[in-house]
Design a protein around this ligand. Structure first.
Ligand code: MN
Length: 334
């Protein structure tokens, strides 16, 4: 059984580093952006030089946030000479391929560099030299709040905004999450410190404004809706042409599943998104009647009870739909 290192051990180690490399994970979300940029700021407060890159672009809603300006999008993690760094900090990245948008499964970490792995994904195989994996937390930013609080590190407004971003996006504005009480408590602590900054730089742009192109995309997702009564499943398939025509990138289009996950009459929802190198699937079971991570695992993916994802090779869409329905059937009949 793999064991977590203590926050104190991890922090002592990081404090001795002069140069640290961090990357957003492939198809970055708000928790990835929030955790990586908060870690960058906290390390910089210690005088550490941090290189934070992303080989993948952010969705438009995240790209407009101040935190996005902390990231160098010109480099993929695999472009960096990682052996030259004192440490790599992997955040919100359940496996190593997620660290390189360019190389994905072909990406390997250099053997001689220290890796700090902090994450909340159950499936994380403790690939770091130092690890802190807590699947009971709703977001990686929840773990970082607990860590920074325990170590009594100074939380600037920039750090508070970034941590709040990860918590609020991974919980869907406190609608879901493994430990909502902890998330609300962490968010409350941050909000108490900098209410104006968080309201203005996170909540307003993310939750009180929707670009027209997003509304157009929602229209397509609902228009393409299908139901499968035998598995109590609702799904929508979106072609690359359809999501690109809305001016969205892959990360943004991935949010499609949120548009159908709340349909009351169905337990399970999934979307299949045609992407350049295959098909990206997202699964939801908001009632938690079934564990969708088990369904995703059958399709070589992974995730949480209520939310999971997978990636299929290029194939006929009808074949892909049947594979997913078969996987759902296999799990719900257990
Ligand atoms: Mn996360």
């Amino acid at each position: 059984m793999s064991m977590n290192d203590s926050f104190a051990t991890i922090w002592e180690t990081l404090q001795q580093c002069n140069r640290v490399a961090i990357t957003l994970h492939y198809t970055p979300d708000g928790d990835s952006l929030g955790a990586c940029t908060a870690m960058k700021h906290i390390l910089e407060q210690e005088g550490c030089r941090v290189t934070l890159v992303s080989g993948d672009t952010l969705g438009g809603d995240l790209a407009q946030l101040p935190a996005a300006a902390d990231v160098d999008f010109a480099y993929d993690f695999s472009d960096l000479h990682l052996a030259e760094y004192d440490a790599i900090v992997a955040l919100d990245s359940g496996n190593i391929p997620l660290l390189s948008a360019k190389q994905k499964d072909a990406f390997v970490l250099p053997e001689d560099v220290m890796v700090v792995n902090i994450d909340h994904h159950e499936s994380n195989p403790f690939y770091g030299t130092y690890n802190y994996i807590d699947a009971s937390q709703s977001s990686t930013c929840d773990i970082l709040v607990a860590c920074f609080q325990q170590l009594e590190l100074p939380i600037s407004h920039a750090i508070a905004e970034r941590l709040f971003l990860g918590i609020v996006t991974d919980t869907g504005l406190f609608k879901w999450g493994c430990d909502l009480a902890a998330s609300l408590s962490h968010a409350g602590t941050l909000m108490h410190l900098y209410p104006q900054d968080i309201q203005q730089h996170v909540i307003h742009p993310l939750f009180l404004q929707t670009p027209l192109q997003r509304k157009r995309f929602q229209q397509i997702v609902l228009r393409n809706l299908q139901t499968h009564e035998a598995t109590n499943t609702v799904y929508s398939v979106i072609t690359q042409q359809e999501w690109e025509a809305c001016g969205l990138n892959e990360s943004e289009a991935r949010g499609a599943v949120h548009e159908i996950a709340d349909i009351a009459e169905y337990d399970i929802a999934f979307t299949l998104l045609e992407v350049s190198d295959g098909i990206k699937g997202s699964l939801r079971c908001q009632s938690k009647t079934y564990d969708v991570s088990q369904i995703a695992e059958q399709l070589n993916g992974g995730g949480h009870v209520a939310a999971a994802g997978f990636r299929l090779q290029s194939m006929q869409m009808e074949t892909a739909i049947q594979q997913v329905l078969d996987a759902i059937e296999a799990v719900i009949q257990h």
